[in-house]
Ligand binder design. Structure first.
Ligand SMILES: Nc1nc(=O)c2c([nH]1)NC[C@@H]1CN(c3ccc(C(=O)N[C@@H](CCC(=O)O)C(=O)O)cc3)CN21
Ligand SMILES: CC(C)C(=O)C(=O)O
Ligand SMILES: [Mg+2]
Length: 286
């Protein structure tokens, strides 16, 4: 088990960018998973709306509600001692009035005890980012593939492939930074564009499918641990443990043991004392 670390703060994250120390981030959605990630030394934990996919079995992140994000954020923050925990603001919870946005982010912070929130979008969200930051909510932006807009984009495809989109993405990133964002996630964009944007920002970029030049990396818990052994593996995912296979094999062995009466063995049971054994077996049955 890793030794105690100091809690990661926004100041620490900025220092990591300045000193070129990569930021390691992973998603987590429950108490024990978050504790393992935290103990392993992960810098940031994201309670991602990807829980719609990997926890709920939905086809997209759109059905995830604010109450569900708060429920999972509570479990994660209960476990975490050091990592900086942020939560995704769900679809359409930050696009109404600023009052609506502040109210919803406030619930994630107050009820979920997150240290910050993440939202998908660029320049158009600058007023929201500014209002949240002034209210005490650290904000992380998210550009490139923004899965909450999958029905606008038309699929999960690499973004920013022409110079017009590249120019727009840098403009968005700078607007987020200017509005007070503490970092920006870059999802599914070319390595060259991610490097170009990273070099022109003072806040950290955290990449997923965005190459090695970002200031940090993020992966979905279930992807990096191959929790779904039969998943069509995304190109940007590296698998660090075959957890899904281990679980399925474990269940298979359990079923075989029960069917063959190998489990439970004597070591898994409890014995009565002599008095009750005499009663159960020693006396004649009625
Ligand atoms: N399990 C999981 N992992 C994620 O990374 C993730 C989610 N769920 N849900 C929310 C979004 C959706 N994301 C996705 C979904 C699909 C691709 C995908 O199909 N990628 C292709 C590349 C497509 C292309 O070449 O244009 C790949 O093979 O990586 C990528 C990111 C990222 N997020
Ligand atoms: C993939 C990451 C960045 C995310 O937004 C999520 O897990 O919901
Ligand atoms: Mg998300």
């Amino acid at each position: 088990m890793a030794q105690e670390r100091k809690p990661v703060t926004t100041v620490k994250l900025q220092k990591m960018k300045a000193s070129n120390e990569p930021i390691a981030m992973v998603t987590a959605y429950d108490f024990l998973s978050a504790r393992l990630a935290d103990e392993a030394g992960v810098d940031m934990i994201l309670v991602g709306d990807s829980l719609g996919n990997v926890i709920q079995g939905q086809e997209s992140t759109l059905p995830v509600t604010l109450d569900e994000i708060i429920y999972h954020t509570k479990m994660v923050t209960r476990a975490v001692k050091s990592a900086f925990v942020i939560a995704d603001m769900p679809f359409m919870t930050y696009h109404g009035s600023l009052d609506h946005t502040l109210h919803n982010a406030g619930r994630i912070m107050r009820e979920g005890l997150a240290k910050g929130i993440k939202l998908e979008g660029g320049e158009e969200l600058a007023p929201a980012v500014k209002a949240l930051t002034l209210a005490g909510v650290p904000v992380i932006g998210h550009l490139g593939l923004t899965p909450q807009s999958v029905h606008v984009i038309g699929g999960y495809r690499v973004q920013g492939k022409n110079s017009e989109q590249a120019r727009k993405m840098l403009k968005d990133a700078k607007a987020l930074q200017e509005a007070g964002a503490i970092a920006v996630v870059l999802e599914l964009i070319t390595e060259e564009l991610a490097e170009w944007i990273t070099n022109q920002l003072s806040i950290p970029t955290i990449g997923i499918g965005a190459g090695a030049s970002c200031d940090g990396q993020v992966l979905v818990f279930h992807d990096m641990l191959a929790y779904d052994p039969d998943d069509r593996r995304k190109k940007f995912v590296k698998v660090y443990a075959e957890v899904g296979r281990a679980i399925r094999d474990g269940f298979g062995d359990y079923v075989n043991d029960v069917k063959s009466r190998k489990f439970p063995s004597e070591s898994h049971g409890f014995k009565g004392d002599n008095e009750v054994l005499q009663y159960l077996y020693g006396s004649t049955l009625k």
